[in-house]
Structure formats: C-alpha cells, structure tokens
Design a protein around this ligand. Structure first.
Ligand SMILES: [Zn+2]
Ligand SMILES: [Zn+2]
Length: 145
C-alpha cells in the first residue's frame, strides 16, 4: 500500500470509529486534500474537488472540513500570519516554511536532533499544546540559488 492508499484506509477507519457516514463527496474532499499535499486552504481544496465534482459548493467543502476537524480526521495547520490551512496529518508535528517558494514541509519531533518536549513546568500552569514553526529556504530553493 502506498502512502495515499494507507491514508485513505485510515480515513475509512476513522469515519467508522466516529460514526461518520461516508459519502462520495466526503471521500473526494479527503482524497483531494491528500493530493494538495501542501497544507491547502479551503479554497484550494475546493478548486481541486470541483474538477471531480463540478456541482459542489464552497460551503459544502467548508462544512465538510469543519466536520472532519471535529472528528480529528484533519487538523488545522496554524501557520503564523497565514489564513487557515488544513492538514491531513493529525499526529503532532511542526512546520518548516520556505520563504522563497512558500512550501510547507512537515517536521516530526523524531526527525529533530533534539525534540522539544512540552515544558513540564508547574509555574506555568498546564501546557496543552505547543506551536513551533521553522522558516528558511527549502532544499530545492537552496540548490537552485
Ligand atoms: Zn523553497
Ligand atoms: Zn503539517
């Protein structure tokens, strides 16, 4: 199974667990999200989905993504200073954003030499999430400069 098939199988499983009815529209929206790769905005997902389902509305895509998010099937990639983008990866990870081409690359804590754990500090209170973002030049842009 390749990555996309594996993600689709995961989608099927999570829909079942969440008791979420699978419709051709929902499958297509998720599938296109995977194809977009680069943490698409709602509008980008909509543009892609419309190629396959010409009659779908932006509102449907919007509501479907919100439903997916509620069930933990997608997450919002909160990129600093950017509009809402969606992420098909729900496992905790960070983002590396290329300032040249705007590409967003997923960075998993295991990939880092020194993964930053959540601070376990009583004085702070209870930390529930952590946002870390890397910016710079991606490999391609570096090689082409
Ligand atoms: Zn780049
Ligand atoms: Zn991501």
């Amino acid at each position: 199974m390749n990555d996309a098939e594996e993600m689709m199988a995961g989608f099927d499983r999570r829909c079942r667990e969440a008791g979420l009815k699978q419709t051709p529209q929902r499958r297509e929206i998720y599938r296109q999200m995977l194809h977009c790769e680069n943490h698409p905005s709602i509008e980008e997902v909509y543009r892609q989905v419309r190629c396959m389902l010409p009659h779908i509305s932006l509102d449907t895509v919007y509501r479907t993504l919100a439903t997916f998010e509620r069930h933990g099937i997608v997450s919002q990639a909160r990129l600093f200073g950017d509009r809402t983008r969606y992420d098909a990866r729900t496992a905790p990870h960070y983002h590396f954003i290329c300032r040249e081409c705007g590409r967003v690359i997923d960075v998993f804590p295991d990939d880092l030499d020194r993964p930053e754990p959540l601070p376990d500090n009583r004085e702070l209170g209870m930390v529930e999430s952590c946002h870390m973002e890397f910016r710079g030049l991606c490999r391609d842009c570096l090689d082409n400069s």
